[in-house]
Write a protein that binds this ligand. Sequence first.
Ligand code: SAH
Ligand code: SF4
Length: 358
Amino acid sequence: MQLSRKEILNWLLAEDLQQLEVLWSLADQTRKRHVGGEVHLRGLIEFSNVCSRSCLYCGLRAPRDELPRYRMSSEEILDCARLARRCGLGTVVLQSGEDDALDVAWLEEVVRSIRRELPLAVTLSVGERSEAELRRLREAGADRYLLRFETSNLALLERLRPRQPAPRPARRIEILGILRDLGYEVGSGVMIGLPGQTHEDLARDIEWFRALDLDMIGVGPFIAHPETPLGRRPATFLAPDGKQAPPEELTAYKVLALTRLACPLANIPATTALSTLARGDGRRRGLLRGANVIMPDITPARYRSAYDLYPGQHDASPDILQECEQLGSMIEGIGRTLGRGRGDSENAKRRRHQPLTA
Ligand code: SAH
Ligand code: SF4
């Protein structure tokens, strides 16, 4: 469904819960028609919290020197992937800080080992990397890449995610194009309610999702971390004149539902940040309002507290088999089915089969 900027804005500003039921129902019908009733689980492996960047929103930022840093070994990562397989998952997501010292040859070997041994799709989420590195990782067998553009308000992004000194890496939007050309399934997304972000910004974010023809889209509320500049001094950054978009559950559901309407074929998770904010019920509600993916955290319990993007992120049970069973029951409870296999993006399939036009 092609909504105009004005229509998107009207929904973002709507407060009448009965009226919003119409939006939830439109998103749910669109999800059902285009990607069906399966819910795909992706096993998230947070394999390193080492980060060279200083994003003002994130608890992993480099200047936070009291945070203990870790890098998992390739054998530990492979063990997690084996566990994912035993839990019936079809994809593992390897996520880390944006580590300038990341040994890409090592990561290539990790990807190769997983792909060789297990019938799993591999998604990477390791921040901005050079074209040469992205090519090598793709050739090693990585199938998908997640890189959120965080907000389409580029002036705000510049403030919240200070750019690197020369040689400057390509900007995230440019990297999304490179990923597409390399044949990755491409995922991106934004945070909702960043200090300084307005409803107009969110409406533009949704238009960008469509223009970028994304295969996967992650949208989640911004959650203030007390050990970051945004957590310590939020008032300094807020948008003026009551224009600030609130980092609230309801706003997150609206963006999620509108994203489904804009990008009917994309894989859209009910994100961890949403379930953190909604204290347990966010995933179920997200699935009822447009989402078709959940990403349970399968990082070994001993590392979880150090992967500290925002507070409350790791409240889920560290017993992964049990968590997957509970998710399975919840999914069946809302009349959906657990996805089998890799759960490739319908959007990417459509693109591959679309004849090239002049
Ligand atoms: N370092 C990589 C991947 C890990 S961060 C990268 O930056 O791409 C993954 C995502 O966590 C980020 O894209 C951001 O959208 C989200 N995130 C970071 N801090 C957050 C916060 N305080 N609240 C909610 N989401 C946050
Ligand atoms: Fe590092 Fe990613 Fe956090 Fe930015 S969002 S500080 S790049 S982990």
